[in-house]
Design a protein around this ligand. Sequence first.
Ligand SMILES: [Zn+2]
Length: 271
Amino acid sequence: VRIDVHAHWLPEDRPEWRARLGDGRVVDDSYWSLERRTALLDELGIDVQVLSPFPALLPWWAPADEALDWCRAMNEALASAVGVRFRALGIVPLQDCSLAVAELERIRDLGLAGVEVGTAVDERRTFADPAVDDFLAACVELELPVLLHPNRPNPFGATRAALDAGLWRPSDTALVVGERLLRGWEAPAGLRVCIAHGGGSLPWLWSRVAIIAGAGDGLPEWISLDTAGCTPRQVDHLIDVLGPDRVFLGTDLPAGRRPAIEALLAGMAVR
Ligand SMILES: [Zn+2]
């Protein structure tokens, strides 16, 4: 069974969510039509796709109570998309750990497969912050895996969208995970965090950080990666670093580009 763990979706009837994407992209029914998505999965030979909210819809900018309402509505919409070909990851108001844990229980009760979190928790804090530790422990207790997706705005300012997507977001991903790894935090046994886009620059540069910091060279067991945005040769390297059991297929559809996804699938099939 071929499962795509990194793909995004939003419902058609929420134009305010669509507006939040706000980066000039063309938003058509490839963003919401499950019929069209199913046909595409058939063409690509993907059996099941795990849908998550677009990272721009992780409400780090809102006060916690507003973020909770936002997440509750989003999680209900996602639950409506779950079926034979689709699973879904919910979202939580991570600005407030107790609200986030309560919504995590609801995510489980709605039948969602896990939870998506961003690198940014609010204006100030990131995924590395100790305030997130108890939330991660709750994910283990409820047996829900986590998808970590970059969403922090580029503090250096965007010059080009392609540089933001291709360089800032992988760096942001590596920065927050690296900070968590160097903090001396002990991951709860059984934690599963899939880091988007091949872990960003982390698997490429962690050995250098480890030497400088005197830290362990390997990436710990709780970390896995998806292949969204990677070339087949990059995936070979990721598998060398982490082993095949911790590298999952990710397409980033509908944002992922078709020829690149086909090349990735072809490369992973011969591996
Ligand atoms: Zn994505």
